[in-house]
Design a protein. Sequence first.
Length: 257
Amino acid sequence: MSTGTEHVNGLKILVVGASSGIGRGFAIAASQRGARVALAARRTDLLAPLAAELHGSAHGLDITDSSTIATAVSEAVAALGGLDAVVLTSAVVPFAYISETEVTTWLHALTVNAVGASELIRAARPHLPSNSVILIASSYDVGRPAAGVGAYNASKAALNELLRSWRAENPDLGIIRASVGPTEGTEILRGADEELLAELLSSWSRRGQVPAHMSALVDVANTLVTLVGTAHAYPSVVSEVVHLAPRWPGRSTESVS
Ligand SMILES: NC(=O)c1ccc[n+]([C@@H]2O[C@H](COP(=O)([O-])OP(=O)(O)OC[C@H]3O[C@@H](n4cnc5c(N)ncnc54)[C@H](OP(=O)(O)O)[C@@H]3O)[C@@H](O)[C@H]2O)c1
């Protein structure tokens, strides 16, 4: 496992979306490198054992519900004794052809993937000291949507734009947008209609849109941890937009347990 504790050791980090995938991997990697973590998401049954393992805390939060965001942020600040960084990986991918995407689906995607990020920053803002860091996961696919992910891509494009507004009005905040690329071992396809997904995969394959390679979860997680640590250590610089692309060959020898 990685031992790169430099800049990360002792950081107090709230990880929202920590119940699975990249958020979970981030929490584990950050903890292994000496950070103290508070974990948030809806599935507290998954968060609690992980928090116990990482000597952290678990907080129920629905990113569509501002009151749960405010409560979870307050609880996390109390548990950590302050806040150095907030990381958000929560997202929903409502697979649907755009011609069949209903208003409720549009609003849900926008609420989870875009407005939720702004609400989280709004709640965390008063607790963040001047060299603190906010890392928000977006998608490398913004600007090149494949079939069936219109609402997801549009909501991530909205996310990217609202982060620009946060920076414009809060130049002291170190806001990193990590445009995540194809990453294996996550639950991003959870809940998708299997028949529709098979149809979409076949269409993506015909158009050459299925990634030939994916990044290892542990490598993506550690890359994000390094970004947070570096931005905190060198507060006059922030990597505002970072694209994570799969690199091949480049198999990781590590895995997220
Ligand atoms: N994996 C990829 O290939 C890929 C590619 C491009 C971009 N990304 C981006 O990377 C980030 C992480 O994705 P992932 O692949 O790790 O997906 P994942 O395993 O599905 O994790 C998503 C997380 O979002 C949380 N979440 C969903 N709805 C929520 C809500 N209403 N309130 C609070 N939390 C909620 C889930 O927790 P609960 O269900 O417990 O609430 C889960 O912890 C996302 O922003 C995604 O768009 C991933």
